[in-house]
Design a protein around this ligand. Sequence first.
Ligand code: COA
Length: 375
Amino acid sequence: MHAVSISGTGVFTPEQTISNAELVAAFNAYADRQNALHADEIERGEREPVPQSDEGFIVKASGIESRYVLDKKGTLDPEIMHPVLPERSDDELSVMAEMALKAATVALEKSGRTAADIDAVICAASNHERAYPAIAIEVQQALGINGFAFDMNIACSSATFGIQAAADMIRSGSARAILMVNPEICSAHLEWRDRDCHFIFGDVCTAVILERADLATAPGRFEIVSTRCLTQFSNNIRNNNGFLRRTREGHMQDRRDMLFRQEGRKVFKQVVPIVIDLILGHLADEDLKPGDLERLWLHQANKGMNDMIGARVLGRTPEKGEQPNILQDYANTSSAGSIIAFSKYSDDLEPGALGVICSFGAGYSAGSVIVRKAA
Ligand code: COA
């Protein structure tokens, strides 16, 4: 069995941002239009008016201040309220592959590796642009990587499950080095016309290079101590945009159940204890104590959730920087969130430092990756 290193990470951040102020202005313009359009029904009590959104609520409830998106114009147009991403022909690079290439290029450079060193590509994301051919195979071809590639989806836990899948393959010898990418176009799966969730998501792509530790040379690399994944079925976060959609009536944009929806309060209450137990159990099984950890790179969905998980895992309020949040700038970017935090806030750690990358989300699913900074 081979030990496994995380030798490099990369983040592709789209150029366009939407601040809470811009988001709320667009939503409220949409609400005003809807309410004017249906004024008679509202007056007769046959229809509820669309309520106004509020910047103060968004920051207090989630900690999110802004998000990056692939298309700001369509998303903020009260007549459209979703990203407009022109369809691409089969001969053009898909959007997810394009994002993945940008993040992968950075990760490859950081790891000191080229396409020739990589034996496999995993594209792990919450939503895939198409069923097949796999986005991962497109990325493999575009980079000129030999070997094999496949897509996988475990919603917000896709990246940590992807790390476990890659690490297991490297440990057992079926690959020397693997590129794992997480292109998350969350904006296309969000109902921007729903006040309860329109503020939640943003777009991004992360990439991770994993390889045999005895072959790794990159400065600042981490060794994977161990990984642990768990799932437990729940309908509280759901998107019905599955492969049977053409057999039902209704176009995707008009079918609320075919976009992201959740029971946010239930998710908060049910997922927090799952994650705390996962991390504490994982540490105990490795003969580690919470006090041994120097950093927690948590999934980025809600600041309140992360504050609670950090405090319960460490047994005290985390010090500034011990549990970095990026969701104020990126919002929830699904599986990419914990990897963005890891990528941006890990260079300062000393050799030997221990940390946990942890994701959680729909499924329910949760993944914990204990890493140690290499000497
Ligand atoms: N502006 C103003 N008011 C809003 C609002 C908005 N944008 N969105 C919701 N509200 C209102 C609600 O209608 C509700 O009003 P009511 O009390 O009159 O019914 C009130 O604010 C509280 O709403 P609620 O949904 O209970 O808020 P919350 O405190 O639970 O925060 C989330 C909502 C989604 C931020 C929070 O539940 C969360 O983050 N949950 C975890 C989600 C998660 O991790 N999901 C994984 C996704 S992959």
